[in-house]
Ligand binder design. Sequence first.
Ligand SMILES: [Zn+2]
Length: 227
Amino acid sequence: MCLAMFLAAGGVTVSAEHWAAVVGSLRGKVVAIDPGHGGIDPGAISGNGLTEDAVNLAVSQDLAALLERSGATAILTRQGGSDSVGTTDAGPSERKRIDLRQRVEQINLMGADVVVSIHANKFSDSTQRGSQTFYNPLRFQESQLLATMVQQQLQAITKETGRTASDQIDHYLLNHTNMPGITVELGFLSNARDAELLANPKYQQRLAYAIFVGLAQYFAREARDAE
Ligand SMILES: [Zn+2]
């Protein structure tokens, strides 16, 4: 299947020239992708039963496919529906702790250039909506640039968010991984329109493409700054 068609299926049509311009900076990069939740932990759940772990995995797999096509290496912390733990006697909360610890260890061992954790939001006020990228500025300064570039593309490519990048997060994974990183909240499962969009494979591909272009721009900027 040709690339232009693959992207057109996600509602994003990309010329060969645009693709070449975007992907140059990604060749040889290693990107850790963490599809949040999984296994006994579905994460947030929408009113009509859409679970966050499934949405996170779908977008993560779309993002990984784009990165592999651009010559980067993408490594997911979970490949399927289960978490990273396997068989254990641990109870649910201890299992969750083990899972997060193992994901962090795995990411740090793979020597990734950046880490992208994928989640979706839920909030008591159901009018809140839109994707948003978070970073921890105390850990790596570059994370702010990475978050800003990804959020700009989420705005420009999905046209479904007015939110800006934010450092208002306390996320175990971002606090313990040894490279610049972001958490992308794909939207709010507590909002009807977001939940409908997040269930749509074409919209999932569009989100993945936005994150992908943001990553490419981040690496391009880094390469320029290093010159
Ligand atoms: Zn989550």
